[in-house]
Design a protein around this ligand. Structure first.
Ligand SMILES: C[S@@+](CC[C@H](N)C(=O)[O-])C[C@H]1O[C@@H](n2cnc3c(N)ncnc32)[C@H](O)[C@@H]1O
Length: 287
């Protein structure tokens, strides 16, 4: 029989919330006390502990080891699915891609899915880019997909999905870019040539990884909502630096750079708003 583990006290919550912030920059407000208690309780059960203070000591001591990663998995929200907020992908394919292909003719386009969770977003991007070749002509591309949670990164690499995660994918696309898993009904795996376009990496967005000036387009959707204003601005500046002049940032539907202190130019495109890193020479777009 399990011993009942009560919710975190306010004081315990404050200590764990600080630990979460120190390791992820995620800000947890007081009303998340039950949520955090439930998520950490699972770790306590797995470790056969019955006291949050013991768990805190483990995490902050020398013997934490892999538990650090389990902790990150427990405190992140990884909700995602294919064809989520489709206008972002329509904007990529119809509005941004033709511009990038024209501007960076002959170059391999580099994209970054920052906070990729279980991989649906970067695979979705790869599919849109491949579909976009019908109109924009053939080009090569590579996608870096990063997340702080090891579990989702490993899941993403496998590229195997079912149920709610794939239910919004139009049937012709599902059949073109996935193959059914023979031994498991209802499961589909992403085509190998699409998988090969994506490098999945375990990475904290707040740790510099030397990517300055590398990307033509960055997706960071439904990630910044977890950060406070100061950290959002820091991250947005990092994305600006990581983009090539002439590159684009796309954020989630409930996120905006409005009222932020940022060098990005707001571009109102037919399928939505994207943030543009102006060309350094200030040359007009069609010059
Ligand atoms: C809600 S999911 C968003 C997934 C996808 N971008 C989408 O919009 O469908 C947020 C992801 O951000 C990741 N995340 C949170 N803080 C992070 C950090 N500091 N560095 C990297 N990834 C982080 C979480 O692990 C989680 O998988």
């Amino acid at each position: 029989m399990y011993k009942e583990i009560e919710d975190l006290s306010e004081e315990q919550f404050a200590r764990f919330a600080k630990l979460v912030y120190d390791r992820t920059n995620i800000t947890l407000k007081e009303h998340k006390i039950t949520l955090l208690s439930n998520r950490l309780r699972k770790r306590l059960r797995a470790l056969e502990l019955d006291d949050f203070d013991d768990y805190y000591r483990l995490l902050t001591g020398d013997a934490a080891g892999d538990e650090q990663l389990h902790f990150l998995e427990a405190v992140t929200t990884n909700e995602t699915y294919f064809w989520r907020t489709t206008h972002n992908f329509d904007m990529l394919r119809e509005d941004i891609l033709p511009e990038l292909v024209k501007e960076f003719r002959g170059e391999k386009l580099q994209l970054w899915s920052a906070g990729c969770s279980s991989g649906e977003e970067p695979y979705n991007i790869a599919i849109e880019l491949t579909e976009g070749m019908k109109k924009s002509g053939v080009f090569s591309f590579q996608i870096l997909a990063t997340d702080i949670s090891r579990h989702v990164v490993e899941f993403a690499r496998a590229g195997r999905y079912s149920g709610r995660k794939i239910e919004k994918i139009p049937q012709p696309i599902l059949h073109r870019y996935f193959r059914p898993v023979a031994e498991r009904a209802g499961y589909f795996v992403v085509r190998d040539d699409i998988k090969e376009k994506i490098e999945f990496r375990l990475q904290n967005l707040f740790e510099e990884a030397g990517e300055a000036g590398r990307f033509h387009c960055i997706f960071c959707r439904n990630v910044m909502i977890y950060f406070d204003r100061k950290d959002q601005e820091q991250l947005v500046q990092r994305f600006f630096d990581a983009l090539r002049p002439g590159g684009f940032l796309i954020v989630g539907h409930s996120e905006s750079l409005f009222m932020m202190n940022t060098p990005f130019e707001f571009r109102h495109l037919p399928h939505g708003v994207a943030y543009f890193r102006p060309r350094s020479d200030g040359a007009p777009r069609d010059a």
